[in-house]
Design a protein around this ligand. Structure first.
Ligand SMILES: NC(=O)c1ccc[n+]([C@@H]2O[C@H](COP(=O)([O-])OP(=O)(O)OC[C@H]3O[C@@H](n4cnc5c(N)ncnc54)[C@H](O)[C@@H]3O)[C@@H](O)[C@H]2O)c1
Length: 396
């Protein structure tokens, strides 16, 4: 199948491109390198050095013998999006090409507006270009479990059957997202649903949990094929930050009480979920939603797991609770369904002691590159505290 990966230079986009290419799909990657600019803006970089996308594509050809087309293109530019679809004629588009950080979207007015304009206009351009030149193409769009928030009822996969005043209907599941970034994903979902309904496009919206993991079978083939690993307050996830803090001899900083429960999955499962979505496409006009995660943890449980594994490696780690920079429930009910990808054949790689140990060991190999001053949170959600405050407070 001909698959276009939008955001193909990213943490998930690049490994997905190699994974699908290795399985015989004809793959093209598209990116405008915005992430690399945001990194410079924040003076952060991935812990493990990564090559440029041009060099990665070249290295992939040397290592695998397979070619990949490369589009340097901004999804906000309708002309280049259309041109990419006309030239490459994809049968599936995997759309990762968005600003992916909640804290980034909460820094200030500019970044909130940028996040929504970037994410919404990129997706809208893809939808219009599909309508114009690839109406049978399948859009596999990366959304997030954060679209749902943490309601006090079970979370369904995209839709809920409701009875109201004696009448029944199946409607989109209510969304209560927790940042301007998460809101951008909700707005995208509405736009995609609408386009499928009116233009008979087909799409799978993958409401993905937090992804962890550094290596895939393909990144391990050559150091030039490595993917990014962020651990800073803006682009790093809690698990990545904890691994780096453990290796650097810093306390593992848990936001608030740490009872925030979320869905997680291994990067290898992300690749498999995308593949399963592609090879089992929806019907024309169908918009479907899969909740893409394999297990849930709360933040304190994650910190405890890292602490335990780090101790096995001789690291003496303590956990510190910080005042929560976000506005979110710190104890809550959380029971989202995640059956549909399992039914299609996903066999999860769960977060094991072995995997955590290998993450800690990989981080330790690059310990000399850790910048300790980029880990603690300064971006806050609360308007009574400065948005980019300088001193995170320990919670007593
Ligand atoms: N990584 C996770 O844990 C996670 C969890 C849930 C959802 N997601 C979603 O999955 C997608 C990929 O996440 P990631 O972690 O790989 O992020 P990433 O930032 O590493 O990759 C995103 C890529 O998209 C590119 N991009 C952004 N705007 C663009 C534009 N206008 N035109 C062209 N390219 C553009 C960036 O340069 C970057 O290379 C994102 O949409 C993210 O919201 C990620």
């Amino acid at each position: 199948m001909r698959v276009l990966i939008a955001g193909g230079d990213g943490y998930l986009g690049w490994p997905t491109a190699m994974y699908l290419s290795r399985r015989g799909h004809e793959v093209a990657v598209l990116d405008n390198f915005a992430k690399r600019r945001w990194e410079m803006e924040r003076n952060v970089e991935p812990l493990i050095p990564i090559c440029t996308l041009h060099d990665r594509v070249k290295a992939w050809r040397e290592v695998s013998g397979r070619t990949m087309e490369l589009f340097v293109a901004d999804l906000r530019n309708y002309g280049v999006v259309k041109e990419a679809l006309e030239t490459f004629r994809p049968e599936a588009i995997v759309h990762y090409g968005e600003q992916p950080s909640a804290p980034y979207s909460m820094i200030d007015h500019n970044r909130a507006v940028f996040t929504q304009v970037n994410n919404l206009s990129g997706t809208l351009n893809l939808l219009w270009a599909m309508r114009e030149c690839a109406p049978d193409c399948h859009l596999v769009k990366l959304g997030t479990m954060g679209e749902y928030g943490t309601p006090n009822i079970d979370i369904e996969e995209g839709f809920i059957e409701i009875e109201h005043k004696g009448r029944r209907d199946t409607l989109p599941f209510p969304k209560q997202p927790g940042s301007f970034y998460h809101l951008s994903k909700v707005h995208d979902s509405h736009n995609i649903l609408f386009a499928c309904r009116i233009w008979k496009l087909r799409s799978t919206d993958l409401n993905q949990g937090v992804v962890y993991g550094i290596d895939t079978d393909e990144t391990l083939l050559d150091p030039r094929l490595a993917t990014s690993f962020h651990y800073d307050e803006v682009f790093g996830t809690a698990l990545n930050r904890f691994c780096v803090q453990a290796v650097a001899g810093l306390p593992l900083t848990v936001y608030g009480r740490g009872g925030q429960r979320r869905g997680f999955l291994n990067i290898r499962d992300t690749l498999r979920c995308v593949e399963l979505s592609i090879v089992h496409p929806p019907q024309a006009g169908e918009y479907r939603v899969f909740n893409q995660f394999t297990e849930t943890f709360n933040i304190l449980e994650l910190a405890e797991l890292v602490k335990k594994q780090a101790a096995q490696l001789g690291m003496d780690v303590r956990i510190q609770h910080l005042e929560n920079p976000r506005v979110e429930a710190e104890e809550h009910y959380y029971n989202p369904r995640h059956q549909k990808l399992i039914e299609l054949g996903l066999v999860p790689h769960l977060l094991s002691d072995v995997l955590l140990t290998s993450m800690l060991e990989r981080v330790r190999e690059h310990a000399h590159r850790i910048k300790q001053d980029i880990i603690l949170p300064h971006v806050t959600w609360d308007r009574r505290r400065a948005a980019d405050a300088r001193t995170p407070r320990a919670r007593t």
